[in-house]
Design a protein around this ligand. Sequence first.
Ligand code: NAD
Length: 518
Amino acid sequence: MAGIQEQEQVDVAAPEVAVPAAREFAVENPATGEVIAHCPDLGAEEIAAMARRGREVQPAWEALGFEGRGRILKRMQKWLIDHQEEVIAVIRSETGKTYEDALIAEISYGAAAFGFWATNAEKYLAEEKVKSSAILVKGKKLRLRYKPLGLVGVIGPWNYPLTNSFGDCVPALAAGNSVILKPSEITPLTSLKLAEGLKACGIPDGVFQVATGLGATGAALVDQVDMIMFTGSTATGKKVMKTAADTLTPVSLELGGKDPMIVLADADVERAANTALYYGMLNGGQTCISIERVYVESPVYDEFVAKVTEKARALRQGDGGAGTADVGSMTFPPQVDIVERHVEDAKAKGARVVVGGSRGHHDKGYWYEPTVLVDVDHTMLAMTEETFGPTLPIMKVRDEEEAITLANDSPYGLGASVFGKDTGHAEAVARRIDAGAVCVNDALVNYSALELPMGGAKASGLGTRHGAGGIRKYCQQQAVLITPLALKKDPHMYPYNAKMTGRLSKLFKFLYGRGDRG
Ligand code: NAD
């Protein structure tokens, strides 16, 4: 079987596959450009074998119940914290992110998620007693049950290999499904590392499997599963939905974004500048809910730009240990070209680069400097297309109406933020933005509230993760009706006769024919 060639600090086992893969792909450390591992590029036959295995073991996993499954997930929460240095090393080796970005946005989210779903799955999926006013079900017991779908496929992106992929795998597992995770081919090692952890924590063989491979592996997975949870670009999300249509497989899609931030004239400019910089540059700007564009009301524009500029100049970029760098490398080599194209396009159309604006001075790896752009407008790609890099374009606006219009002038609608000291007013502005999540005097941290739904409006997605909807989507909502005291024959049954029809007609007139009496 083609396995992983381990190098340097990367320490992950080869994925278990029933059929050996014929091909492999290389995984690079983007901070250095070195190849650090090779993984199997699984084809349709291998995915079908994994799907059979997943289906075989699912009933026993479901039968373990919430408590049994929760015990394993809670063990995994502790495992993650106990092994955090190893996991951070693996995450950093394939993403180039800083130590703190891996700790704060991956380990802490992942550990919280294992515990949260272990504790809350039962509450969200508890069977519900349902009351009905329908005359035909009088005296019958009605129940709503959340029954696991069976085999769930999760397809992940490269920007947060732990947070994004496991944020979806964990609730799917907690609900009683088997899961096959297809991580991004750019960052498969984190998933393999966590699979080791789950195995050590006692997850039964085959309940959680990692299918490494390129895009075609993801497409093959869509054909095999009962539900597909996809996180990635809007373009690929559309392809996944088209493929899923052939088998009528339900999909949930978490896609791209172009999150706006609005700074109102009464904002605390210092907080707004700190937040814009942090959530614009976090993870090298490679976060779906990064602040991608900023609109500032003219009275505070100069002060805001001055503060952001000063703070951005002080940012340290590098790949050293904890506390040595604020911004890491880019993860996906072609993303550097996209960032460069957006900056060059803005410059050609009249924008000014006040900080950064180039790949910097690195002799290896894939880097782009933290970059602040001003004098930007909506003719520029940097303001209209997802950049997904360490850029912060800032635009002066006349007033909040112009800011709201521009914020909504996008095919995307993932997140948005509004800054203003009058929080009631800022909230009213925020509620007018077409986005799945809006924050006032903050950004992005809503994602850490696992109780709060997170999903995109417009081209940013379909469905939500987190909260009740984030686990119920992995279940069939099964309606159960029980007739405890069953007559030999109900009055409306065959043969129809005029007398009974007349009685029923009178009853329906009484029930529904009295206007506003309901
Ligand atoms: P991508 O769409 O290129 O790839 C995502 C995954 O899809 C990868 O695993 C890839 O191998 C797989 N894939 C490719 N072609 C496929 C096909 N035809 N069928 C099935 N699977 C296929 O995305 P990416 O570049 O890895 O990630 C970056 C994008 O993800 C950005 O647009 C970002 O905004 C988005 N994202 C969204 C969220 C969210 O929650 N909304 C979170 C993180 C990232």
